[in-house]
Design a protein around this ligand. Structure first.
Ligand SMILES: *Cc1c(COP(=O)(O)O)cnc(C)c1O
Length: 411
């Protein structure tokens, strides 16, 4: 077996919060990444759904270089013309009327939660503060974001749980109905959960939740940080469902294609509490970020790209079902939507990621013992077929390991 050789020395000076693979990449092109030793990997995780247009996309590189030579940063004390243009592009393409720009998904969620609470404050119901979230969700790592997701592993040791967050089982509409009360501000969910293992709410559930929110006067917040911007084969995942648009939506990841950009979108009504001084950011929406964001969105809104995503996703789904049939001892479920694909395994997912890396394929982990395929949206049919061949061999490795007498030989 060819095992991964590149082993950069881990730093003693990085806070020890990551479990890193001993791999470092030096350059990329499209869906291909090259290590410092020149070895090529097929990238089917795209920096966790970030590099939607592939690595070193010539258009994005061009606008970033051009902007870098003109102006980097002025602060939000001044007008930033491309911020206005990107906000218009995002609102033209969605339910939203206005946008706040930050630098990450977490900041987009933070703004979404503040916007929802401030809305109720501004409309005379300041007691409405509770945010209803769901098992298996992930909304980022700030104190508010970990409290919103309620994942105990991410909360442990960080002080008492914050008041104002309620957690319900995934997919349970009756539980939502029962939980909405006089102190509820909003329901917050990912139409397709990412970290949680690519679990999708059904279209009918989203429509039902939208209706419940309307009937009770609470706001609906979507976290489309991972599933948005073309990943599911529509510009936003909520578009698959009828009459299910949110009031507020957090977007990031693909928005900058690797340049840090996050955005909180809202209707004018939901955003009415966010007045001068309510919120802000030093870097948010700076000229560098906006140049790249604008160029990304120009590409991501193209219907041809979304049709391409649906085609590649259809291919993967069909092929993965075949893999599940041939390897029932390894692959137990295929889930997700579009190119946010979860493969639930019978063998440990961390080991499987290593098997895939041994085949020079990069995939992401996920909750519920899943691995996720999150390739660049521009992945070609040939690359998808190459990824399947590598996954097939990774399954053979997983099977061999499970059947070996020791069963636990280190990869
Ligand atoms: C990645 C992610 C976040 C957090 O984004 P950061 O940029 O890491 O702060 C929040 N929600 C979802 C669904 C995500 O996938």
């Amino acid at each position: 077996m060819t095992e991964t050789t590149a082993a950069p020395v881990p730093s003693d000076h990085i806070m020890a919060v990551y479990s890193r693979a001993p791999l470092a990449f030096e350059r990329g092109e499209g869906a291909r990444l090259y290590t410092t030793e020149g070895e090529a990997y097929l990238d089917c995780m795209a920096g966790i759904a970030v590099n939607a247009l592939g690595h070193a996309n010539p258009k994005l590189v061009g606008v970033l270089k051009a902007q870098a030579e003109k102006l980097w940063h002025t602060s939000n004390i001044f007008t930033i013309p491309n911020q206005e243009k990107l906000a218009k592009a995002l609102t033209d393409a969605t339910f939203a009327d206005e946008v706040f720009f930050g630098n990450s998904g977490t900041e987009a969620i933070e703004c979404a939660i503040k916007t929802a609470r401030k809305y109720h404050w501004a409309t005379g119901q300041p007691e409405r503060v509770d945010i209803i979230g769901f098992d298996g969700s992930f909304h980022g790592r700030s104190i508010a974001a970990v409290n919103a997701s309620g994942n105990e592993h991410y909360l442990e040791g960080f002080g008492p749980p914050l008041p104002g967050f309620v957690h319900l089982p995934f997919g349970d509409i009756d539980a939502i109905k029962a939980a909405i009360g006089p102190t509820t501000a909003a329901v917050l969910l990912e139409p397709v959960q990412g970290e949680g293992g690519a679990r999708a709410w059904t279209d009918a559930q989203l429509t039902a939740i939208r209706k419940l929110c309307d009937e009770t006067g609470i706001l609906l917040i979507y976290d489309e940080i991972q599933c948005g911007l073309g990943r599911t084969g529509k510009l936003f995942a909520y578009e698959w469902a009828t009459d299910a648009a949110p009031d507020i939506m957090a977007v990031a990841k693909a928005l900058g294609g690797g340049f840090p950009v996050g955005a909180c979108l809202a209707t004018a009504e939901a955003g009415r509490g966010m007045t001068v001084g309510s919120h802000g950011s030093t870097y948010g929406g700076n000229p560098l970020a906006m140049a790249v964001g604008l160029a990304s969105v120009e590409e991501l809104v193209k219907p041809e790209l979304q049709a391409h995503v649906r085609e590649i996703a259809g291919y993967f789904t069909q092929q993965l079902e075949g893999l599940k049939e041939r390897f029932p001892d390894v692959v137990v479920d295929i889930r997700g939507r579009g190119l946010l694909i979860g493969v639930k395994l019978a063998t440990p997912n961390r080991e499987f990621m290593q098997h895939a890396r041994d085949e020079r394929l990069l995939i992401a982990g996920g909750g519920d013992n899943c691995v996720r395929l999150l390739p660049p949206l521009v992945l070609t049919v040939e690359e998808a077929s190459e990824a399947m061949a590598k996954l097939e061999r990774a399954c053979e490795r997983a099977r061999a390991k499970a059947q070996s007498p020791a069963g636990t030989n280190a990869a």
